[in-house]
Design a protein around this ligand. Structure first.
Ligand SMILES: [Fe+2]
Length: 292
């Protein structure tokens, strides 16, 4: 079984369609997306449309920007803001330009796009070919829904003890073979022999230029995986980053694809809020984590 793993599309349909064409060429059986379908970018409708009608087996979850857009939509059009979103949004710290794009995306989408965002779960736990998967956007948690906006970073950016503390309140995360998260827009792979023993297999930021695809066998270990971002990568050239897992061969591949960046940057310049119009935002090379 082949699985395509993507995250953080951020209303960048140019990048999404390039990656999906590649994944279809790989004949994936399942698509997994770790959230942030919308926000930041100028193409929320095109992106959600694609996922609304996606024909093959898939598992999706909710990102913090998805909460921001659906909350604003419900506020504008239904006149009854989603109460739980309101509470969670208070714990996030969107910078001004990002908040502006949440507004614009909310005004751009239609009811069926809102329903797609409304129905996204905070996390998904499922099994594929005897492997237990745990999917969430930010940091796994049993009940703390605001963790959807909490970064889980690889060591040395975050002390592994902090990571363990954050994971261990959810037993389903502890027992999962493959934990998939997004949110940082920066790809990494952590292997764990058991819950308290960790080793960082790959954090790609410090290794540029890196040749893709990068392959890793994962048969012996449980793993925590971040596939990076499709729409606004923060760890390299600006190429869309994602992962393909082959469960039969137990091989994981970090992939990296160029897309029609010039066309997208032109659109971003025209339609994004000030601060998000420059190509350097969309091809952030410096691991930007200070604000969402
Ligand atoms: Fe994101």
């Amino acid at each position: 079984m082949k699985i395509g793993i993507i995250s953080d599309i951020h209303s960048n349909y140019y990048a999404l369609k390039t990656v999906i064409a590649f994944l279809e060429g790989q004949h994936i059986d399942v698509l997994i997306c770790a959230g942030d379908f919308v926000g930041y970018g100028p193409q929320p409708k095109e992106c959600v449309n694609f996922f609304l009608y996606y024909p093959i087996s898939h598992y999706f979850c909710l990102g913090n920007h998805d909460i921001g857009v659906r909350f604003r939509y419900s506020d504008y059009y239904h006149q009854e803001p989603i109460k739980q979103d309101h509470k969670i949004l208070k714990t996030f710290n969107f910078r001004e330009s990002a908040a502006e794009m949440l507004d614009r995306n909310a005004q751009d989408i239609q009811e069926d796009h809102f329903q797609f965002l409304f129905n996204l779960p905070f996390k998904q736990i499922f099994q594929l070919d005897h492997k237990k998967f745990y999917l969430t956007h930010g940091t796994p948690s049993l009940r703390r829904r605001e963790n959807v906006g909490k970064y889980l970073l690889p060591p040395p950016l975050q002390d592994p003890r902090v990571t363990i503390d954050r994971l261990k309140n959810d037993k389903k995360a502890v027992s999962a073979d493959i934990i998939i998260i997004g949110h940082t827009h920066r790809r990494f792979l952590i292997a764990r022999d058991n819950f308290y023993s960790w080793s960082l297999i790959e954090d790609i930021l410090d290794k540029k230029p890196t040749k893709f695809p990068l392959k890793f066998p994962f048969n012996k270990n449980r793993i925590i995986l971040n596939p990076g971002s499709i729409g606004q990568p923060r760890d390299g050239t600006g190429n869309a980053s994602f992962v393909v897992i082959d469960l039969d061969d137990e091989i994981l591949e970090f992939c990296d694809l160029e897309y029609q960046m010039k066309n997208f940057y032109r659109l971003a310049k025209e339609k994004c809020a000030p601060g998000l119009q420059d190509s350097s935002f969309w091809a952030n090379k410096f691991g930007y984590f200070s604000k969402e």
